[in-house]
Unconditional design. Structure first.
Length: 356
């Protein structure tokens, strides 16, 4: 999965990106530091991999991964190309989901381009620019296909009706994802506001708790998920060794870092989950959509696994955690043979059998 980090300038996007990826993206106290999009690949934290590694003792352990793209700050006028807006909006079209970062911290040394902390206003500014860009795109397609529709072309008529729904919704100030349309029908339009959004508040130790509560409440009203973290703290944590990181987290009374919570929330926002494969060669986490059936899950490993799927031997991670050997699970009848219609669940450990 690929997630684009968007927001106003000077809200800490590059700081968070660096903490996520150790990517070394430029970060400073003045606006528009990021000119080109930065890309980083991040492992998805999953404590279950540690337990599976203890059981299988493999040569290597491979987590699931997601890709984060640090996109330059957007502002009013981005949809009209201001501040290289068109270029950055094009980058957003290519990602699977949007991580919309919002500034909650006060710092007189870091310029706020809209003068003062106001999470709702800042969210509205970015959302409006994305909707304006979508409206322009939909209007162009609407005008382009109108002639064919008037000539009686059935497919064009149907497309025009769909575009009209999109156009009307955007003109009313409604993001496409709120219009209740089938995501499959939206795929070919590459609309920015059709993408799922995770809202991340960047706070610090001086942020008013009421501002944090207001942020969560507003995002709830948008029917989205929100996470609040401290970008400065996460940046410091990212520079520590694994041992020092664990000690620091324990001192702070934190079970999970803010970045870990962001990645897990991004998984949820995209409707994804993980299953595992294990053996002496490798223990690995694989990313699948929630609701994927066994052949599709097998196809994530290799297309031949899906084409020649026969069955899957499956058990849950919790069973292996309780009875730490496959032999014991087999003796207790906890390993099941599942066919093509089986829906793979988060935490399943799968051994696929196939023939091509």
């Amino acid at each position: 999965m690929e997630i684009g980090i968007v927001g106003l300038p000077n809200i800490g996007k590059s700081t968070i990106f660096n903490a996520l990826t150790s990517g070394g993206a430029a970060a400073s106290s003045y606006p528009f530091t990021t000119i080109e999009a930065n890309l980083g690949v991040v492992p998805v934290p999953d404590s279950r991999l540690t337990r599976l590694t203890e059981v299988f003792k493999p040569q290597k352990t491979t987590p699931a991964f997601c890709r984060f793209v640090d996109i330059a700050g957007l502002g009013k006028g981005a949809a009209q190309g201001e501040g290289l807006g068109n270029k950055f909006l094009a980058t957003i079209r290519e990602v699977d989901a949007i991580l919309h970062m919002v500034r909650l911290f006060q710092d007189g040394n870091v310029i706020h381009t809209l003068d003062g902390i106001d999470a709702k206003r800042d969210i509205d500014v970015i959302e409006t620019e994305l909707m304006l860009a979508d409206l322009e795109s939909v209007t162009k397609q609407f005008d382009k296909i109108s002639g064919k529709a008037r000539s009686g072309d059935t497919a064009s008529k149907e497309t025009l009706e769909f575009l009209n729904i999109l156009k009307k919704g955007l003109e009313e100030g409604k993001p496409v994802r709120t219009l209740g349309l089938d995501p499959e029908n939206l795929k070919g339009f590459f609309l920015l506001t059709a993408k799922p959004v995770l809202y991340v508040g960047n706070a610090d130790e001086n942020t008013d708790p009421a501002a944090v509560d207001d942020f969560h409440t507003f995002v709830q009203q948008l029917e989205a998920e929100s996470v609040v973290l401290c970008g400065k703290l996460e940046s410091e944590l990212a520079e520590l060794s694994d041992e020092d990181h664990s000690l620091f987290m324990a001192d702070l009374g934190m079970q999970h870092s803010g970045l870990e919570r962001v990645i897990v929330a991004a998984y949820n926002t995209l409707g994804l989950c993980s299953y595992f494969t294990g053996g002496p060669q490798e223990v690995r986490a694989w990313t699948i959509p929630v609701g994927a059936r066994a052949p599709q899950a097998a196809g994530v490993i290799h297309s031949d696994f899906e084409k020649g799927f026969i069955k899957a031997d499956v058990y849950g991670f919790t069973d292996l955690d309780r009875y730490p050997s496959e032999q014991t699970l087999r003796e207790k009848g906890l390993i099941r043979s599942e066919g093509r219609d089986y829906v793979v669940k988060d935490g399943d450990v799968c051994h696929f059998k196939f023939n091509v």
